[in-house]
Write a protein that binds this ligand. Structure first.
Ligand SMILES: [Zn+2]
Length: 325
């Protein structure tokens, strides 16, 4: 993974205020602004656990303080209680269900295009097949992390030209229309929506829920795929990161230095997202350097290469609770 030139942000003050509006509008579905944004905005009403489902990855920029991605402590508690409930439900009522140790996930890729040009979203199939390869390397541990149970198999590329869905705007009614009309398969099918995205976002994902709905899936900036044009973020790790959320992982910086953090014991706590690829970053008094090389942080693609054994275990537990047949 090579070094890349410095990131240029597209943000301006005007864009930042647009982002805040977006954050406010999405709060109702569980994407909550970081603490610093709360000074300007009231906290979202407490959502039902099932509605706390969306999470994102952002590029570094002047408005990183408006990071939309961190769940509140209460939302994490609700999600953890829901996971425990789903596991109890499985133990009590689905006693015949096999507990899987390895999982092959069928992937349906929807390429959302404005027109037939590359600038209009028409990426070649080769980027998509490269993305699947990157996912399989990341989730098998081949890039240096712990192996996970998961592998990925491309089952379909669905190309859709619809200017009304381009860019894909997080939390918009157009996003809902797009997903509910395009989504295919059951709980075990990964639907990946590729396109230009709103507000400098690299991607966002839904967490698993007990009852499948049409919003389930991941949205990824098409030019973040391996070989794309998103400088510093074009080796496919946005896909890896968003699918981590889809498999129930939080960010490594979830909860900051205190409490249960990301609910995984072998990822050292960190107080905030790390960007670029900082050396020796250590933002919490607890043991361990910040896990900047973890796929669930915000560093450059060239910097992140691993899941931990604890994350692998959490993903498999969640699969058996939520997504297994
Ligand atoms: Zn994320």
């Amino acid at each position: 993974m090579g070094l890349r030139p410095n990131l240029l942000t597209r943000r301006t003050a005007g864009v930042a205020s647009t982002t805040l509006a977006l954050l406010l509008s999405t709060a109702a579905v569980g994407v909550v602004p970081a603490a610093s944004a709360f000074s300007a905005a009231p906290a979202a009403p407490c959502a039902e656990p099932a509605d706390v489902h969306s999470d994102a990855r952002v590029k570094q920029g002047g408005s990183a303080k408006l990071d939309p991605n961190e769940l509140t402590a209460q939302q994490v508690r609700d999600r953890e209680a829901d996971l425990a409930g789903a596991l109890r439900e499985r133990a009590n009522f689905r006693t015949g269900a096999a507990t899987l140790a390895t999982v092959t996930i069928p992937v349906v890729v929807h390429v959302i295009q404005r027109d037939s040009t590359r600038a209009g979203g028409n990426i070649p199939d080769s980027l998509i097949t490269s993305q699947i390869t990157v996912l399989n390397q990341a989730y098998s541990g081949a890039t240096g992390g712990a192996p996970t149970a998961f592998s990925f198999q491309l089952s379909k590329i669905n190309r859709v030209t619809n200017p009304a869905w381009y860019p894909i705007v997080q939390g918009s009614s157009a996003e809902r229309q797009m997903k509910t009309s395009l989504r295919e398969g059951g709980k075990n099918t990964l639907n990946m929506y590729l396109g230009e995205l709103s507000d400098d976002l690299l991607g966002w994902a839904t967490f698993p829920k007990r009852k499948l709905d049409g919003m389930d899936g991941v949205v990824v900036l098409s030019e973040s795929l391996p070989g794309g044009t998103a400088t510093n973020y074009n080796q496919g790790d946005t896909g890896t990161h968003e699918i981590g959320h889809w498999l129930n992982l939080y960010h490594t910086f979830q909860g900051g230095c205190s409490g249960s953090g990301d609910s995984v014991s072998d990822t050292p706590a960190e107080s905030s997202p790390a960007f670029q690829c900082p050396t020796g970053r250590d933002t919490c008094a607890t043991a361990g350097l910040d896990p900047i090389t973890n796929f669930m942080d915000y560093t450059y693609d060239s910097c992140m290469y691993q899941f931990t054994a604890g994350q692998a275990s959490r993903m498999l537990t969640a699969w058996n609770a939520y997504r297994a047949a």
